[in-house]
Design a protein around this ligand. Structure first.
Ligand code: TMP
Length: 392
């Protein structure tokens, strides 16, 4: 049974930036639910993939050093630990991971044409398709069974999870390995980072819910790694239960236990989380309103999809945040979805006349703080909302 616990209001499509402010942009309800049976947390309103993952999708994995370093490190681990003959990446984006492999060793699947073109243009075999069983059948005919499938921040974006795992287990060899990574529900609840929820993030995984969900496909988690990316993610290493060669690491049991102790399997935890989210909104607005009264120059740093959830849920307008700065070419000179707040190209002197910068990309706090030493030195401050709204 799915039980409701939080309403994040009406939200526009999180990555739907537009060149002019559209007052009547379509918004969808963003409500969060907890499944009492398999312990999965998900949003209720499902938007068709074709509306979200379009041919000018603006999110680029290669835009931050944090992500490219993380993918590079993983590629070294994959080569050394699993020695796969062929790797399939579901949601290969602009090639941040696959560029670390030889061209004849990787296959990318990427539904957004603008991104698929980047990797195919560099000579990487890329299927410009949505991940589903039809595609898995086509791939099996062409390439046979695969011994390593990888997917980062993609499977949680696909509504039909049954089809997702059915297709993967169909294509994976008996001793094949599936590696997925996605934001961690435990970290989200701990940090009150409710901005992990937007219409693309249909699910927020935990070791408990993934374990429960993949059982029916004869799959099990045999190892995990906690990552700092995206504000706290988990990398899940998954295999067929029939593969007895690989042992299940104690790390899986420990994380399962940690999540249980925190109460991720109890509805009450989410009711408490919802209360904290409402308080977080109040505190954040308090900060912005005080700065407005003092006539401070406040901007947003990192026009993230997460920031879209915040500004729309907290009803933040351009009197509180003048504009956002961002490095992604696709976002520059566009407007934040749902709001009359423009995104400006990030330049070295972007923060020269800024008093406060709201960290829309709080997940890159380390990288940004070390880049903006000059801003901090001259008295500039960041506003962050996790784990509670404050000025740093
Ligand atoms: P993400 O949190 O969804 O990965 O998006 C990060 C966004 O922040 C992306 O649009 C790039 C932007 N960004 C900057 O503008 N400057 C930076 O220094 C970093 C790290 C990210």
């Amino acid at each position: 049974m799915n039980k409701f616990f939080l309403d994040l209001g009406k939200q526009p499509l999180a990555n739907n930036y537009s060149s002019s402010y559209k007052k009547n942009q379509i918004k969808y309800s963003l409500k969060l639910f907890f499944n009492t049976k398999n312990k999965m947390v998900s949003i209720s309103k499902r938007i068709p993939s074709e509306k979200m993952f379009t041919n000018n999708y603006p999110y680029r994995s290669s835009m931050s050093k944090t992500m490219t370093n993380s993918f590079h490190k993983l590629s070294l681990e994959i080569k050394k630990r699993f020695k796969p003959k062929k790797i399939l990446e579901i949601g290969s984006n602009d090639g941040a991971l696959i560029k670390n492999f030889e061209k004849d060793k990787v296959i990318g699947v990427e539904p957004c044409n603008n991104l698929a073109q980047i990797t195919s243009g560099k000579g990487y075999l890329t299927y410009n398709k949505y991940w589903n069983y039809n595609l898995a059948q086509k791939l099996k005919k062409k390439h046979g069974e695969l011994d390593l499938i990888y997917s980062a921040n993609t499977l949680t974006h696909i509504s039909n999870l049954n089809d997702v795992f059915k297709s993967i287990s169909y294509l994976l060899s008996t001793n094949g390995i599936l590696i997925i990574e996605d934001p961690s529900l435990l970290e989200c609840v701990k940090k009150v980072s409710y901005d992990q929820f937007y219409n693309e993030h249909i699910y927020l995984f935990s070791v408990i819910s993934v374990t429960n969900f993949i059982k029916k496909f004869d799959l099990e988690i045999f190892d995990i790694k906690n990552l700092e990316t995206h504000g706290g993610s988990i990398r899940y290493y998954i295999k067929s239960v029939k593969n007895k060669k690989v042992k299940v690491s104690n790390k899986v049991k420990n994380q399962f236990q940690k999540e249980k102790e925190f109460g991720l399997d109890k509805f009450n935890t989410y009711k408490k989380f919802a209360k904290k989210v409402k308080l977080s909104k109040k505190k954040l607005l308090n900060i912005f309103n005080k700065l407005k009264l003092k006539n401070k120059n406040v901007i947003g740093y990192g026009a993230t999809a997460k920031a879209v959830t915040i500004i729309n849920y907290c009803k933040i307008e351009n009197d509180l945040i003048k504009n956002f700065v961002d490095t992604t070419p696709e976002k520059i000179n566009q407007y934040m979805p749902g709001k009359n707040i423009k995104i400006i190209k990030y330049k070295k002197n972007s923060l020269d006349n800024v008093d406060y910068a709201f960290l829309g990309a709080w997940n890159f706090k380390k990288e940004i703080v070390s880049k903006e030493k000059k801003f901090l030195k001259k008295g500039g401050k960041f506003i962050i909302h996790v784990p509670f709204p404050k000025i740093i």
